[in-house]
Design a protein around this ligand. Structure first.
Ligand code: IMP
Length: 195
């Protein structure tokens, strides 16, 4: 069976191929299929957004479609940026601006009292089949938001996210290390068990 990843993110394609690659004949990127669409992520939850993306691309291509929706939830910010993680500081999406806004928000809160810096990354991976059926799985990884940037690997909020299990930030971890504990790897492993 051939599948397509409903994303153009090279990081995600690499991770998804590493974990689910042997479940399919081939996992195409959208680019490989010549599909150039930006699916509107207008769901209120990670689950809704992952299903919207997988379902849209499945209908468009007629192939089994896999989609991930992920983000960061910070306890002191009542779960923000959550589903708005990619466009926290507005559009177009910019990792540096998102990280700066996150630090600003925490600094403002910290002026009045010590704050809780606990956070988690969430990932939902959904799969949709051309017959209309589908499944999804969730993954989480716990950490702490630092007050300074550490490391230059990865993407997004990685330099501020100190991973409790690795005892370093995600931006200080190699991709192999990150993949042993990451939210996306956990969701993909769970989905793999369901396939
Ligand atoms: P998505 O592509 O709509 O799932 O957006 C995910 C957003 O959440 C990214 O743009 C990042 O800001 C953030 N994010 C998700 N996973 C990670 C990660 O592993 N490291 C750093 N940031 C992440």
């Amino acid at each position: 069976m051939k599948a397509v990843l409903a994303s153009n993110n090279a990081h995600k394609l690499q991770e998804i191929r590493a974990i689910l690659g042997d479940c399919f004949e081939h996992i195409y990127s959208l680019k490989e299929l010549g599909v150039d669409v930006e699916v509107e992520e207008n769901g209120k939850t990670f689950v809704q957004n992952a299903i919207i993306k997988a379902d849209t691309i499945c209908r468009l291509t007629g192939l089994v479609a896999i989609a991930d929706d992920s983000g960061l939830e910070v306890e002191a910010l009542d779960g923000q940026p959550g589903v708005y993680s990619a466009r926290f500081a507005g559009e177009p999406c910019n990792d540096d601006a998102n990280n700066a806004l996150l630090l600003d928000k925490l600094h403002s809160l910290e002026k009045n009292q010590p704050i809780n810096r606990k956070a988690r990354f969430v990932s939902v991976v959904a799969i949709c089949y051309p017959d209309g059926s589908g499944k999804y799985a969730e993954g989480f990884v716990e950490g702490t938001i630092l007050d300074e940037y550490r490391g230059d690997k990865g993407f997004g909020y990685d330099p501020l996210f100190y991973c409790n299990q690795l005892s370093k930030t995600f931006a200080e971890a190699s991709m192999e290390e990150k993949n042993t504990v990451s939210h996306r790897a956990m969701a993909l492993q769970r989905l793999r068990e369901m396939l």
